[in-house]
Design a protein. Structure first.
Length: 116
């Protein structure tokens, strides 16, 4: 059996590029892949951030409307109580009621969060 020896001509050497060129191409390819992945990530994060920001703004608007509605109901109850009681008693009853409702809400929600 005769062993094949590598060709000794210059053509065989030029078909195979040198290692630094191959490593340079590999690093260039990897950097392109990383850049494209980063662009995709930024595009996805931008859309997600905009959606979350819009959600936060709408939640704040709803919270502001709920708070203003609660203030209006509180003022209306104070004005209603003032028809029969002096101002200080009407404010006291409304404040005590708000305090009891707040403490009850805290107690109920506190028990729910402790169960989890």
């Amino acid at each position: 059996m005769a062993e094949k020896s590598p060709p000794e001509t210059n053509e065989a050497v030029t078909n195979y590029p040198d290692w630094p060129t191959l490593i340079g191409r590999a690093v260039d390819d990897v950097s392109r892949i990383l850049q494209s992945e980063l662009h995709i990530f930024q595009a996805n994060m931008g859309a997600d951030l905009q959606a979350r920001l819009a959600n936060a703004v709408s939640s704040l608007k709803i919270a502001a409307m709920i708070i203003s509605g609660a203030i209006c109901i509180l003022c209306a109850s104070i004005l209603l109580l003032h028809q029969w009681l002096p101002w200080w008693q009407a404010f006291g009853i409304a404040g005590l009621t708000a305090l009891i409702v707040g403490m009850g809400r805290d107690f109920v929600l506190g028990n729910v969060s402790r169960r989890r």
